[in-house]
Design a protein around this ligand. Structure first.
Ligand SMILES: [Zn+2]
Length: 272
């Protein structure tokens, strides 16, 4: 059975970071993976102007999609920093879900430092039930075999409660390819993010290719390493001895949309 995975991130790098390693392995196994950036990322720079930046970031997503072999990487033309959980945006999300007809949809949690992440989380949760209601957005029909499981991408926030994963995916075999994907978002990882994090000494022009890769590994993928240690039990439960020794992993959790969580049913989509 081949599955379709639809991942909603607020910005044109969120899906790469939270789902890149899993996407690479699912794609290799013949599944389909589509990323959606709900904003165009046009606020994420300290020098470039919005329109020029949005075009550059769109091109970066398409390079990442090519590197990974993604089914599609769609970037919605909503302004970065100003996303709201509006009815219009909800309809946009419902239509995308129906057109792709996914088995699994994942997005951010509602607790997050960034307003766009929170709005994306709200929009996807608002769409989750209504995507199956034919009289909502009747211009885009609900597919006959429509059956979607919704879940969250992992984060490091501790309040009001920490992330509780239902499935973990070891990404050690594809970690270099995940770095290849993240490296495509150069306007972010080598320009904007060092600036906004007040790392004013950072100058990507002075770095070798290997130093750039190390910057991504230690500066960003430490999260996958930290989470592998944080949720070691779930890796051992799923992978046995290999789970004990894994270095990097990505984790996902079911959205609590029903009284009971079908964890076994959720995990079956991720069997690689
Ligand atoms: Zn983001």
């Amino acid at each position: 059975m081949k599955y379709r995975f639809l991942i909603f991130g607020a910005h044109p790098d969120d899906c790469d970071l939270a789902f890149g390693g899993t996407a690479l392995q699912l794609l290799k196994a013949g599944h389909e993976v589509k990323f959606v950036s709900v904003t165009n990322g046009d606020a994420g720079h300290h020098i470039m102007q919005p329109a020029e930046l949005a075009a550059r970031r769109k091109a970066e997503t398409q390079r990442s999609a090519q590197v990974a072999g993604l089914t599609e990487y769609e970037v919605l033309d909503n302004h970065d920093g100003w996303l709201t959980a509006s009815l219009e945006n909800r309809a946009q999300i419902i239509r995308i879900i129906r057109r792709f007809n996914p088995h699994v949809v994942l997005t951010h949690r509602l607790f997050d430092y960034h307003a766009d992440h929170r709005a994306t989380a709200q929009l996807v949760q608002d769409a989750s039930f209504l995507a199956g209601v034919p009289l909502c957005c009747p211009d885009t029909p609900v597919p006959d075999d429509f059956s979607v499981v919704y879940g969250f991408l992992c984060d490091l926030f501790m309040e009001p409660w920490p992330f509780k994963p239902d499935v973990g995916i070891i990404i050690d075999p594809v970690i270099e390819q995940k770095i290849d994907m993240v490296m495509c978002q150069e306007s972010q990882f080598f320009e904007w993010l060092p600036w906004i994090e007040k790392n004013r000494q950072f100058d990507a022009a002075k770095l070798s290719e290997q130093e750039k890769r190390d910057h991504i590994r230690s500066g960003w993928l430490f999260r996958d390493e930290k989470n592998a240690n944080r949720f070691r039990d779930i890796l051992i439960e799923q992978y046995g001895e290999a789970g004990r020794n894994a270095r990097y992993a990505e984790f996902f959790a079911l959205m609590p949309l029903r009284e009971e969580k079908d964890v076994a049913g959720f995990r079956k989509f991720f069997q690689l």
